[in-house]
Design a protein around this ligand. Structure first.
Ligand code: PLP
Length: 318
């Protein structure tokens, strides 16, 4: 049975991890991690990239670096992967759910209401399709770009991941490139990069065992970085294959998320708007369950589009 998302692991990937082990590069402080970060930053067209142990950690650290915590509110789309809401909750802040656009599945900027408590917006490019970043930036508060599903997607001719103050990517096993588990934070701001490097590794400084702040242990290990660096070399090939698969579905009359002149998808996962169905031949998946319906975040609407997507969309092998 054709799987919904199968990782592509090449012989070069395997060799890269073995080489890393033979060199006893193991921890997140190994040179290979710096090499992966540098190559990723170049690819996304940003000044800094900082490898961390998951996409959820990337979001959490991004919120922490902005000083977000108790009594603060963060705007998130009601329809996305649960990690987005959870990262906000882990800081002590409250995620505020906003309905999405019916045809793009991304946050609807016209529905956002800013209050004195609103401290940031998490802009998710769901299933790989860029959301309307410029319209989110107009609110004048920090925007965290979540491109976990959209590495390689294009917004107004720019790669996603470097369009706002901070970007967060995931390298979970089903993502466009994978390190098994892992993530990356991207930014053009030296101050943000410097603070995230401290926060993710116990606020280590130049003086041994001297810590000016309270940090976490959220680094990405060296073997994962070696795999990520090798996977990155194959990114264009993966994107090409995903686009071809999407084009085949479209030719077969499956209706995709709506791209536009400004928003070009990475086609991470083909989410068909042609109704709910199951196949005997290939794996299908339902759409994400909206946050407001989750037992851990239960609240009433109106979230008519996120519910409509949940009730009508089928994800196909990509
Ligand atoms: C949009 C989005 N954000 C964040 C995450 C969390 O990433 P991770 O699973 O690496 O923690 C994921 C998925 O895994 C995701 O799809």
């Amino acid at each position: 049975m054709k799987k919904i998302l199968e990782p592509i692991i090449t012989e070069s990937d395997i060799k890269a991890v073995i080489k890393c082990l033979k060199e006893t590069q193991l921890s997140g402080r190994s040179p290979i991690c710096g090499e992966f970060e540098k190559a990723f930053a170049e690819r996304v067209n940003v000044k800094h990239a900082i490898a961390v142990n998951s996409g959820t950690s990337a979001l959490f650290l991004s919120l922490k670096v902005l000083g977000i915590g108790q009594d603060d509110e963060v705007i998130v789309p009601d329809f996305a992967y649960i990690a987005v809401a959870n990262a906000v909750s882990h800081t002590g802040a409250t995620p505020i759910f906003v309905d999405v656009e019916e045809n793009t599945f991304n946050i609807d900027p016209t529905l956002i209401k800013i209050t004195p408590k609103t401290k940031a917006i998490i802009a998710v490019h769901t299933y790989g399709l860029p959301c309307k970043i410029d319209e989110l930036k107009k609110f004048g508060i920090p925007v965290i770009e979540d491109f976990a599903e959209a590495l390689g997607a294009i917004y107004k001719k720019q790669p996603v991941g470097g369009l706002t103050e901070i970007g967060c990517c995931s390298f979970f096993a089903n993502k466009i490139i994978t390190t098994g588990e892992g993530g990356m934070i991207t930014t053009n701001y030296d101050g943000i990069a410097d603070k995230i490097r401290k926060l993710k590794d116990q606020w280590r400084g130049d003086v041994p065992y001297y810590h000016e702040g309270i940090g976490y242990g959220l680094s990405l290990n060296a073997m994962s970085c070696a795999l990520g660096l090798s996977q990155l070399k194959n990114l264009d090939e993966v994107l090409k294959r995903k686009k071809k698969i999407a084009e085949e579905y479209i030719k077969s009359d499956f209706v995709p998320q709506e791209e536009s002149k400004d928003c070009k998808s990475s086609w991470w996962l083909f989410a068909s708007r042609s109704g709910k169905f199951k196949s005997e031949v290939f794996e299908t998946r339902p759409a994400f369950m909206p946050f407001h319906l989750q037992p851990c975040y239960k609240q009433t609407g109106p979230f008519s589009n996120s519910e409509k997507i949940y009730n009508n969309v089928t994800c196909l092998p990509s």
